[in-house]
Design a binder for this molecule. Sequence first.
Ligand code: PHE
Length: 346
Amino acid sequence: MALKDNIQTLLAQVNDLKANNAEELEALRIKYLSKKGEITALFNEFRSVPNEEKRELGQLLNHLRQTTESRINELREQFEQKTAEADRLDLTRTPDPIALGTRHPLSLVREEIEDIFSRIGFTIAQGPEVEDDKHVYGLLNFAPEHPARDMQDTFFVEKEIGVQKPTDVLLRSHTSSVQTHVMANQKPPIRVLCPGRVYRNEAISARAHCFFHQVEGLYIDKNVSFADLREALLYFSKEMFGPETKIRLRPSYFPFTEPSAEMDISCNICGGKGCSFCKNTGWVEILGCGMVDPNVLEACGIDSKEYSGYAFGMGVERITNLKYRVKDLRLFSENDVRFLRQFESC
Ligand code: PHE
């Protein structure tokens, strides 16, 4: 019964035939099923078995051939699936459009302001957000008891956490602090723009936040006059809000400028006719300005008899609200992509 043993041995082998690729599979097919294959050889042997054994051995042999064929077919299907999957991967296809980030509206507007003033000779000056009293208030002619220094407005930095001691370290409440650094370190003529984040201790609402952004400007030279200030601000307003824009200066008070003014532009929403945005006045306030107080020049080491200068300061959020009609200040710092995506094309 050597034939029967041979058949059993092969049956045990073919049930777990393995192949790693199409070539190996073809080699298996040749090994077992080709004309010179092992199973074909057994069929040849079968011819000479005695008749009484033919039935049993014939069935066994057929079973062996079918098992081998189906195992080989099974392996072939596995390979075909893998190749089909690989074919579906198109390595030449361009990737899905990658969602690009958008510029933040405050950055867009800040850069536009910087751009407009750079065309009339202003350069950018930067300074620290964590400051001392001298640069934020002292050199700017704030009296020691001035209310802006009060805890209501200014964030003081505690030197030891949890211990409230009088401290000289604070978060700047305006970027005029950068101007004091510039005046103390540079000789006139000075023509700088100071953009940056500022902090004030205010309850957060749609109209106020504990931090916001400013762009302040300073020009110091011989014979700088209020007329120069007015011309520079008119130029800025027309560039920013359109050539039909008008400006109006109202007397005001700042410790560091004399005279001081607040500037309104004709409401760019109703064109000056009166609407809810301008509270039916036709005007909206956009900045504070004035001639640098001689006390400030002297405190910073600049001879006030030889030099004069003007300064102005505006809130970037306010300008952005006017330009893009953003109604709630909080949107600027919430990072809501639905808000930010609206500025994709700007
Ligand atoms: N520093 C002022 C503020 O923060 C703005 C200002 C700057 C006003 C320069 C006049 C001149 O409100």
